[in-house]
Design a binder for this molecule. Structure first.
Ligand SMILES: NC(=O)c1ccc[n+]([C@@H]2O[C@H](COP(=O)([O-])OP(=O)(O)OC[C@H]3O[C@@H](n4cnc5c(N)ncnc54)[C@H](O)[C@@H]3O)[C@@H](O)[C@H]2O)c1
Length: 328
């Protein structure tokens, strides 16, 4: 992590909800690296991408609270000493949210309200960051999209993520809570769940390619996606947690979108195995697909001096190296 980020959070008390998950655990490693004290609250929900192995190497430095964010008292107990709260715990699967919408509401909406309420009641001066998703906006009506694009999600997960983002803005406005939102696109990199198609397709494709299996693309594969290496995502979250603004929303993404076909070809090349197969869209997946995603990131560039630094080629190379090192 850069010297700039070290100066921002060294010696601070950070809480990471969902700190055993993909993004949360990469954040935990980065925060410890820059000298922050870290508390994680995570229920290690088997329906999510979390894994205790994700904090391997830093487990002695992490205060791990195994609890559910749907229980207010548990969240309050970890937030009470925090200077910075990164809310990464969530149910993150689009298809799963369609199968079990009530569960998605409880974690993504009630869970987020529990974090906001804990901050309001116990730590009103803490700085909080909420991790949103680019799919909250639904299909693009203009390209590229900015933060002012309409919000019209097409699946339950994205709708609940959008609702939770509204809660954050309401707490910033009505209660002066210092909370900002970073909306992420498809994030890939070390420590992701690469075994299940229920989570981000890039990480799943990496898992398939590493095992020499077929990467199944729905439709013609020409749909554009914005992708981001996890280290760049973490930098955006840390910068957002130190911003002087409140109630702000930023997209942190790669402005150069890439087709799913091209992405699959890059993954196969980086892994040195795997083959690509195009199949018909399953009806249930087509109905909740947002189509092309192209994102303008000038707002976060101007406000936080953030831009992605890791190329797709380097990001995939690092990811493959990581999986080779943990499976040896
Ligand atoms: N991965 C992406 O590409 C992506 C893209 C956009 C936004 N996001 C957002 O980033 C955040 C983190 O996503 P991720 O990819 O790391 O997901 P993940 O599934 O890997 O991690 C989520 C973590 O939350 C924990 N969790 C789930 N329910 C919980 C509960 N009730 N109580 C306590 N802990 C619970 C899980 O055990 C897991 O460790 C989420 O808010 C997600 O919406 C992710």
């Amino acid at each position: 992590m850069s010297h700039k980020l070290t100066k921002l959070l060294s010696g601070k008390h950070a809480v990471v909800t969902g700190g055993l998950g993909f993004i949360g655990s990469n954040l935990v490693h980065a925060l410890i690296d820059i000298g922050a004290y870290v508390t994680v609250i995570d229920s290690l929900d088997p329906r999510s991408g979390g894994d205790i192995a994700n904090i391997q190497g830093v487990e002695d430095k992490v205060d791990l609270v195994s609890a559910d964010i749907c229980e207010f008292e548990s969240v309050a107990s970890v937030v009470q000493n925090a200077s910075h709260v990164f809310h990464c715990a969530a149910h993150t699967s689009h298809p799963y949210s369609m199968r079990d919408p009530q569960l998605d509401v409880s974690v993504n909406c009630i869970g987020t309200l529990n974090v906001l309420e804990s901050v309001r009641r116990l730590r009103p001066n803490a700085k909080m960051v909420y991790v949103g998703t680019s799919t909250q906006i639904g299909p693009m009506t203009s390209s590229p999209i900015t933060e002012s694009h309409r919000v019209a999600p097409v699946d339950i997960y994205s709708a609940n993520k959008a609702a939770a983002e509204y809660y954050c803005k309401i707490y910033a406005n009505a209660h002066d809570i210092d909370v900002n939102v970073v909306r992420l696109p498809n994030v890939y990199g070390p420590r992701a769940n690469i075994k299940s198609p229920d989570f981000g397709f890039i990480n799943y494709f990496i898992g398939l390619a590493l095992n020499g299996q077929s990467l199944t693309i729905y439709g013609d594969g020409l749909q554009l996606r914005s992708v981001l290496y996890v280290k760049d995502a973490i930098e955006a979250l840390i910068l957002a947690s130190c911003s002087k603004t409140t109630g702000e929303v930023w997209f942190a993404a790669n402005e150069n979108s890439i087709s799913v076909n091209e992405l699959a070809r890059s993954i196969v090349a980086a892994c040195g195995s795997g083959e690509i197969v195009n199949v018909e869209w399953p009806d249930d997946r087509k109905r909740i697909d947002v189509g092309d995603i192209v994102i303008d990131c000038s707002k976060i560039g101007g406000d936080l001096d953030w831009s992605p630094k890791v190329s797709l080629e380097d990001g995939l190379r690092n990811t493959v190296k990581y999986w080779e090192s943990v499976t040896q």
